[in-house]
Design a protein around this ligand. Structure first.
Ligand code: F6P
Length: 336
């Protein structure tokens, strides 16, 4: 199998493919556009794979030219579609996907997505197919990049929600729990809490007893605050619902009335921010150029210290990126 699709040396590629996989997020369209336009600029044709690895298995593809990626910069989601694909986790599914790539005469594949999608990219690479990954997930939990595509826009969406909730919270003298996405990472809750002026942030990385949450709410009330805003990452244990039940049982002592807002998939939609459009364009263009001109494969094209940074795919997916200790310390000082 490996010989059948041995990596071409840079300069020999005629056609590459691009797909978006896993949970969507703002900035995927600008990234597809950048991969496509850089490849076309270098004289290489581009196939768009629809619905991620599912489309690769099902041979669900379309030709991408300069016009077909026009007008997509400001659109959220992904016009190629995306999916979580259990079939691709099996050897049979991956062989099927490889068959599609070979049948279509594709010389290299760019995968845009988070940890699961990049793990899929690594598996294809191990089967001998030239693959590059680009980190795109609102969770910002991928190693080898300071930030993933989608994170900035999502943070701004959460901040907008915090500002709105503060208005109503102050009018009614209420304490609000605001639940953010992030799977097992507390990054979204921590950074939005820090930039949105939350009284407390609850993240999976730090154990916080529910009694302490109650004390902080009561304390905010006694100190005359108009509201109390608590950001809760969805991965925090024992979970937002358990916390609401506990706090409601203490309602009389807390002063503030308790309300819960779960932001949910609102965080994944919307127009990509300027930062995300630029990041997506830089990473997408770099991936296409590195693959076509230099024959780079088996790497993730990330962003570290304001530069393109390559990380081997196996390192990128080896473990979940940790939140910086300095950010955590800063949040503790600011929560007053
Ligand atoms: O990984 C991105 C993410 O939005 C997580 O933050 C969240 O836990 C998950 O995807 C939700 O997945 P789905 O859209 O499949 O419910």
């Amino acid at each position: 199998m490996a010989e059948e699709c041995a990596p071409l040396r840079g300069g020999n590629m005629k056609r590459i493919a691009v797909l978006t996989s896993g949970g969507d997020g703002p900035g995927l369209n600008p990234c597809i556009r950048a991969v496509t336009r850089m490849a076309l600029h270098l004289g290489v044709s581009v196939t768009g794979i629809q619905r991620g690895y599912a489309g690769l298995i099902a041979n669900d593809t379309l030709e991408l030219d300069a016009r077909s990626v026009g007008g997509v910069l400001g659109r959220g989601g992904t016009f190629l579609g995306t999916a979580r694909c259990p079939e691709f986790m099996t050897e049979k599914g991956r062989r099927e996907a490889l068959r599609t790539l070979n049948r279509l005469g594709i010389d290299g594949l760019v995968v845009i997505g988070g940890n699961g999608s990049l793990t899929g990219a690594l598996q294809l690479h191990k089967m001998g197919f030239p693959v590059l990954g680009i980190p795109a997930t609102i969770d910002n939990d991928v190693n080898g990049t300071d930030i993933s595509i989608g994170v900035d826009t999502t943070l701004n969406t959460i901040l907008d929600a915090i500002d709105r909730i503060k208005d109503t919270a102050s009018s009614h003298q209420r304490a609000f729990l605001i639940e953010t996405m992030g799977r097992n990472s507390g990054y979204l809750a921590l950074v939005s809490g820090l930039s949105g002026g939350a009284e407390l942030v609850l993240i999976p990385e730090i154990e916080t007893p529910m009694e302490k949450v109650a004390r902080i709410i009561e304390d905010a009330y006694i100190r005359g605050k108009a509201h109390c805003i608590i950001l809760v990452a969805e991965g925090w244990k024992p979970g937002t619902r358990a916390l609401v039940d506990y706090l409601k049982s203490l309602q009389a002592e807390l002063g503030f009335e308790i309300r819960l807002t779960v932001l949910g998939h609102i965080q994944r939609g919307g127009k990509p921010s300027a930062f995300d459009r630029l990041l997506a364009t830089r990473l997408g263009a770099a991936a296409a150029r590195l693959m076509i001109e230099e024959g780079v494969a088996g790497k993730m094209v990330g962003w570290v210290g304001s530069e393109i940074y390559l990380t081997p795919l196996d390192e990128a997916v080896a473990f979940q990126k940790e939140i910086s200790v300095k950010l955590r310390e800063l949040a503790e000082i600011m929560d007053q």
